[in-house]
Design a protein around this ligand. Structure first.
Ligand code: ATP
Length: 686
């Protein structure tokens, strides 16, 4: 007999197991979750080979924890376990919470677990044909999520039997099953032990049905009260009911506990003690198991087409919205005009240039209209001010009564123009400065418009228009446009943060579902964390990659946003952002126990990133402290890198570009390291 043990065993343990022909042997086992939840306190148990062992005990006494220890899903604090089965495919485990995927049908579920147990297609089909009628299951194409609780439980039982294991560990297989079918299950279990020499450990709340077991272990307060055949137990206690025997034994134990003045001390736990797994560790990567996981994700996507469509429509919608919202600078801004010369509208007598004959304030207003401003005329300054105070206009422009004459005089007399004339030739402007973007645009447009107005006038009057130029010449922009568009600036940040966010969201959803539904059962069946991560990665890159492609295609091809850099560099950068998002998603999934909290944390992070990554406001405009640590904020360097490639066509040798690649790689390593250590600490993947 070969035994695997989870601690370096004294030779006597193996000898004892061999002597007792035991399939499972537990000696002096201790386990607790905290001081108030002591599960095992010097627990002993012997399961002979080829028997049904019924483990009975009150709810919460630790039966599930004990079974989990047998399949390496939790470790003892002290003591020894020996299991005769060597490999994971020698053990069939049916957990209490089923561990099935609601979106798969029965047949797909068999194929998924069959592949994990290295079974080939025909063997799985053969078992499916046998198990469906045996357990009275509906047809193989019935979706698990639509089955009744009892049918789901039977499917879960069928999965445990699928690979014909030598040791079956069943956690309450008959809960919610009708009595006839429950009897069929027991008959099958009896057949398995008598004809096929299988060993079965079963927990049940129906104490009387455990009569059919060969041995009963009655568990209470961390120890076994009795371990004998049901008939022997009932004979010894002169009772015809196991319920009654359990009651008698429990009362006896309680009396003893009450009499004990000091409880036996819990052994000092050696945290550094290395516990070996009971069952052979699987190869860290197996292509068949990886494929099983991948197919499972594909099935999930196939069954959730509307959700998939939504995922793909989301980036398209975002691109459209961003384009529609930010693509042009604000236009049609309403402005109040008070012109004192409008009423007279008379031409000056000494007017000697080729002017059309209209008052110049009218020409100025025409130009404002051409530049899409909406003109609101007011007779008095007070009424104009009221319109601004009520938010109907963004500014007030006032022209003096002798504006035209003053402007002409100013042009003709140049430096000799009297102060009063200079004053009258100047347009007074009052602005609503409460909106920085609009007021800055207004200021900029009014300055350029006034320059244009004067240049036109100088030309008409036969002067060189260049005289009206401010002594600065803005040549063609080296990078970007001379009149920048806000949407072009923000596109890089939006794409980077959105790609990161989608990867986080998708990973959190997928991993949390795995953890809450079936990861435990898959791991018992031999799946490794690497295979889960790899399969998730493939699906995520397909989905998030398609999303990124849609966003990029719409933004830079359909909407024609400027794209000057290397497509390859951008694709690699987006890939690294996705990997970083995936790593962050893993971290959130293991740090938080609830999917909703992990999702909120993901959303919160992205909102903060939006503010700190230069998406809406440049890093150069942030507080000194934030600016000095901006390089260390995840995603921020990738946004800068993206922008530098896109707008400036810089290559990887430029520090701005390089920083994005390095930063995303380092953050990926940090997130993975945190996720790994938290998972280890929480024993999510022991
Ligand atoms: N990971 C854990 N962390 C903290 N406490 C835990 C953990 N797992 C189980 N427990 C606690 O350990 C105790 C035993 O739980 P367990 O599920 O093993 O009992 P059980 O005998 O199988 O109960 P039931 O018959 O109701 O299924 C319970 O009080 C439970 O809350």
């Amino acid at each position: 007999m070969e035994l695997q043990e989870n601690a370096q065993p004294p030779g006597s343990m193996v000898t004892e197991a061999v002597a007792q022909n035991a399939a499972v042997l537990i000696r002096k086992a201790y386990k607790r979750f905290d001081d108030s939840t002591v599960i095992l306190r010097g627990f002993n148990m012997t399961v002979p080979k080829g028997t049904i062992y019924g483990l009975l005990g009150p709810s919460g006494c630790g039966k599930t924890t004990l079974l989990r220890a047998l399949v390496d899903r939790t470790v003892l604090d002290a003591g020894m376990i020996a299991v005769a089965a060597k490999r994971k495919d020698n053990v069939g485990y049916m957990p209490q919470e089923l561990g099935l995927y609601n979106d798969m049908n029965i047949s797909e579920t068999f194929h998924f677990f069959g592949r994990l147990y290295n079974m080939n297609y025909s063997k799985i089909k053969e078992q499916e044909k046998k198990l469906i009628p045996l357990l009275d299951l509906p047809s193989g194409d019935s979706i698990i999520g639509t089955l009744s609780g009892g049918q789901q439980r039977r499917t879960s039982f069928a999965v445990a039997l699928l690979h014909d294991p030598e040791l079956l560990i069943l956690d309450e297989p008959t809960v919610g099953v009708d009595p006839l079918l429950s009897q069929t299950i027991w008959n099958h279990l009896i057949q398995l032990t008598t004809l096929h020499k299988k060993t079965i450990i079963i927990t049940t709340h129906y104490i009387e049905e455990a009569r059919q077991a060969n041995i009963i272990g009655m568990m209470r307060s961390g120890v076994l009260l009795a371990e004998e055949s049901p008939t022997e137990l009932m004979r010894k206690h002169n009772s015809s009911h196991l319920e009654h025997v359990f009651l008698v034994l429990s009362e006896r134990q309680q009396k003893q506990l009450d009499l004990q003045e000091v409880q036996e001390p819990y052994p000092v736990i050696d945290e550094n003690q290395k516990r070996l797994p009971l069952l052979e560790t699987e190869k860290v990567f197996n292509s068949q198991r990886f494929l099983a996981q991948l197919i499972k994700y594909l099935i999930w996507n196939k069954r959730n087409i509307p959700f998939l469509m939504l995922l793909l429509a989301l980036p398209a919608a975002l691109s459209f919205i961003c384009h529609a919202v930010t693509t042009v600078n604000p236009t049609g801004l309403p402005i109040a005009i008070v012109s004192d010369e409008q009423s007279s509208c008379q031409l000056p007598k000494d007017y000697n240039c080729t002017h059309s004959g209209r008052p110049l304030s009218c020409t100025y207003i025409d130009l404002l209209r051409d530049k899409t401003f909406k003109i609101h005329r007011h007779q008095t300054f007070d009424s104009a001010k009221q319109s601004l105070l009520r938010g109907k206009t963004w500014g007030i422009l006032h022209f003096a009564g002798n504006y035209t004459a003053s402007v002409i005089q100013r042009i003709e007399e140049g430096q000799a123009t009297p102060d009063g004339v200079v004053d009258a030739s100047t347009v007074d402007v009052w602005l609503d400065m409460s909106n920085q973007w609009i007021s800055n645009l207004l200021k900029r447009d009014l300055i350029f418009l006034t320059l244009e107005f004067f240049q036109n006038l100088l030309s008409e009057c036969g002067y060189s228009p260049q005289v009206a130029y401010i002594p600065v010449r803005f040549e063609e922009a080296i990078y970007g446009d001379n009149i920048p568009v806000f949407g072009h600036y923000t596109s890089a940040g939006i794409i980077c943060t959105f790609t990161f966010y989608l990867a986080v969201l998708f990973t959190v959803g997928s991993i949390m579902t795995e953890i809450s539904v079936g990861l435990d059962r898959s791991l018992v069946a031999g799946m490794t964390v690497l295979e889960v991560v790899a399969a998730h990665g493939v699906i995520m890159f397909m989905l998030v990659g398609t999303q990124s492609f849609i966003t990029m295609f719409l933004t830079y091809y359909v909407f024609g946003y400027p794209f000057h850099g290397s497509v390859t560099l951008i694709i690699i950068l987006l890939f690294l952002i996705e990997v970083m998002g995936m790593a962050y998603g893993f971290m959130l999934s293991v740090v938080f126990d609830k999917e909703a909290i992990a999702t909120y944390a993901g959303i919160g992070t992205v909102v903060m990133m939006f503010m700190t990554c230069g998406v809406v406001w440049p890093i150069e405009g942030m507080s000194t402290v934030l600016r000095s640590i901006a390089w260390a904020i995840p995603v921020q360097p990738t946004v800068e890198s993206f922008r530098s490639i896109l707008d400036r066509n810089w290559d990887i040798t430029h520090p701005n570009v390089f920083a994005g690649y390095i930063s995303s790689t380092i953050w990926t390593i940090i997130f993975c390291a945190i996720a790994y250590s938290v998972a280890k600490q929480k024993k999510i993947c022991v």
